[in-house]
Design a protein around this ligand. Structure first.
Ligand code: HEM
Ligand code: HEM
Length: 123
C-alpha cells in the first residue's frame, strides 16, 4: 500500500470537505462550528498532506512495521476528533473528541519514532 499516495489522496478529500464546510459557514453566517472547519483543514488537509509528502521524501519510512498502524490510527483518530468536535457543539458530549485527540497524539509519536529510526539514525 503506497501510504504517500493514500495520505495525499485523503488530504485532498479533507480539503474539499473543509472548503464545503467553510463556504456553508460563510453563507449561513453561523461561525459557531469554526473549530470543526479549521481542524478538517489543519489536520485533514495540511497535516495529512505533510505526512504524505514526508513519506514521499523519505521512502525508507514505508519499510517500517509502524507505517501502516500509524496511518490507520491517524485516519481513524482524525475522524473521531473532527466528528467529536461536531458532537461537542451539537450535544456537549466530549468522549469522541478526547479519544480522537489522544489517538492523534499517539499517531504523531509513532511517526516520530519511525522518522528517528528510519531517517535520523539510519545507517
Ligand atoms: C473555500 C474555502 C474556505 C472557506 C469558504 C472558509 C471559510 C471560513 C470561515 C467562514 C471561517 C470562520 C471565521 C471565524 O468565525 O472567525 C473560517 C475559519 C478558519 N479557517 Fe477557513 N475557509 C476555507 C478554507 C480554509 C483552508 C483551506 C484552511 C486551512 C488550510 C482554513 C483554515 C481556517 C482556520 C484555521 C480558521 C479559524 C480561524 C479563527 O479561529 O479565527 N480555511 N474559514
Ligand atoms: C490532538 C490534536 C489537537 C487538539 C486536541 C486541538 C485542540 C484545539 C482546541 C481545543 C482549539 C480551540 C482553542 C480555543 O479556541 O481556545 C484549537 C484551535 C486551533 N487549532 Fe487545534 N488541536 C489539535 C491539532 C491541531 C493541529 C495539528 C493544528 C495545525 C496544524 C491545529 C491548529 C489550530 C488552530 C489554527 C486553532 C485556532 C482556530 C480556531 O479557533 O478555529 N490544531 N485546537
Amino acid at each position: 500500500m503506497r501510504l504517500d499516495i493514500w495520505y495525499i489522496a485523503l488530504a485532498l478529500l479533507f480539503l474539499l470537505a473543509g472548503e464545503v464546510f467553510g463556504e456553508w459557514m460563510a453563507r449561513s453566517h453561523d461561525h459557531s462550528v469554526a473549530l470543526v472547519h479549521s481542524h478538517i483543514n489543519v489536520i485533514g488537509w495540511a497535516s495529512f498532506a505533510l505526512f504524505g509528502l514526508i513519506h514521499r521524501a523519505f521512502p525508507a519510512l514505508a519499510g517500517s512495521v509502524l507505517a501502516l498502524p500509524q496511518f490507520v490510527l491517524a485516519v481513524a483518530s482524525a475522524v473521531f476528533f473532527i466528528g467529536g468536535m461536531w458532537v461537542i457543539w451539537a450535544a456537549g458530549d466530549v468522549f469522541g473528541a478526547i479519544a480522537g485527540a489522544y489517538g492523534l497524539m499517539a499517531a504523531t509519536v509513532l511517526f516520530i519514532i519511525m522518522f528517528f529510526q528510519r531517517v535520523v539514525f539510519a545507517k
